[in-house]
Design a protein around this ligand. Structure first.
Ligand SMILES: C[S@@+](CC[C@H](N)C(=O)[O-])C[C@H]1O[C@@H](n2cnc3c(N)ncnc32)[C@H](O)[C@@H]1O
Length: 364
């Protein structure tokens, strides 16, 4: 039995100090209001964006001739191999690879810490810590505070300024036009369940099954997802746009390994966000098959993976201690499309959004 690495081993002690556990944040707070379509607000943690204008970025590449692409045409994905300190320490101590599931536990606890952070408040705190360290001539503490400021600046840019992590307008552009009514949606490797909730807002009246083998996702990443975060969707009685909230959606969270699921081909939509790129080539057919086997005839497989672009490579390099606990590739939409096409999926819609490539597919 593998030893579980304590998630506490992941962020540096200095970072824990700089990103305090929140009190009174939207995470876990009861919902107090409804938002109107068009609403837009920047909070300390995230951006609320119910604007109906086109997304900042949606490059539609649906007309690609996927069958004509060769391995030579598309090349190979980039691997993020600057490993976290926690992974390196585990491997030095145990003389064995970090078990994959433990890597995910480290990833989820680290990532969630950032989501919880009130960024402007944490930046103030880190600046104060830097000033105090300088006054004491404490070079080490000053360096730690500067590193915290750098990491907070990166997170601020991608999560709050660009909204590139959740990217609701990009995701809505990708998810539009599905021919489903009251769909049953299965989310493989669900983490916080965000994209299933966005889909359920756009295609309401069905149900969501979230599956992740890291129990922390059930209790915290999804379990404490802000009840007051609105997802722009549709009111089925009027056809008009309206906001939906997680407490208005029937959601079941299953803590399980997706390889052990016993469902049949019973879901209208099977979705994964950032899963395929964690499987080396020899295991990608298995990963894709896990989507195919649970989708109804005529249903949709929806997948996204992080893009191979300079800013994404920089993000994973600079945030390695928090993010890089396991195997990950960054790919182009052509690489992703080729993997899916050659593994029996027809690509109906393909696009590039801020941080991810996205495909809407059907089993061939
Ligand atoms: C990279 S995350 C997905 C990105 C996600 N949207 C986020 O915000 O973090 C992949 C998720 O898949 C889960 N996962 C990976 N392999 C799994 C498996 N075999 N069974 C169940 N869950 C798995 C991990 O625990 C992790 O939460």
């Amino acid at each position: 039995m593998a030893t579980l690495v304590s998630p506490e081993a992941s962020p540096t002690p200095a970072s824990r100090r700089a990103f305090p556990a929140p009190t009174g944040t939207p995470w876990g707070r009861p919902r107090t209001r409804r938002h109107e379509p068009g609403f837009h607000e920047l909070t300390g943690q995230y951006r609320i964006d119910l604007r109906t204008q086109p997304p900042d970025l949606f490059r539609d590449v649906s007309t690609t001739n996927w069958g004509a692409l060769t391995a030579l045409d598309v090349g190979t994905p980039y691997r993020t191999e600057k490993w976290s300190r926690a992974r390196r320490e585990y491997e030095a101590t145990h003389d064995a690879p970090l078990p994959i599931i433990d890597g995910w536990r480290l990833f989820n606890t680290s990532f969630h810490r950032f989501f919880l952070t009130d960024v402007p408040a944490a930046q103030q705190q880190a600046k104060a810590a830097f000033g105090a360290a300088l006054a004491r001539m404490d070079v080490h503490e000053a360096q730690e505070a500067l590193a915290d400021l750098a990491h907070l600046a990166i997170w601020n840019k991608i999560m709050r300024v660009e909204d590139a992590v959740w990217d609701p307008r990009g995701k809505r552009a990708l998810f539009q036009g599905l021919d489903v009514r009251k769909p049953r949606i299965l989310f493989l490797g669900a983490a916080d369940g965000y994209e299933a909730m966005q889909l359920a807002a756009m295609y309401p009246g069905g149900e969501i099954v979230l599956v992740d083998y890291d129990a922390f996702c059930a209790t915290d990443r999804f379990g404490a997802f802000p009840t007051e975060y609105p997802f722009l969707g549709v009111d089925p009685t009027t056809g008009h746009p309206r906001a939906w909230y997680r407490d208005e959606m029937p959601i079941h969270f299953e803590v399980a390994d997706i390889r052990d699921l016993t469902y049949g081909a019973e879901f209208d939509v099977v979705v994964s966000i950032g899963l395929l790129e964690h499987f080396p080539d020899e295991h990608k057919p298995l990963c894709i098959d896990m989507h195919r086997r649970f989708v109804k005839p005529g249903g949709y497989v929806v997948m996204t993976t992080p893009r191979n672009q300079f800013r994404t490579r920089a993000f994973y390099n600079l945030m390695a201690d928090w993010m890089n606990h396991g195997y990950r590739e960054l790919m182009t939409v052509e690489q992703m499309g080729r993997y899916c096409f050659t593994n029996g999926l027809d690509i109906l819609r393909a696009g590039v959004i801020k941080a991810h490539n996205g495909l809407i597919m059907r089993v061939r």
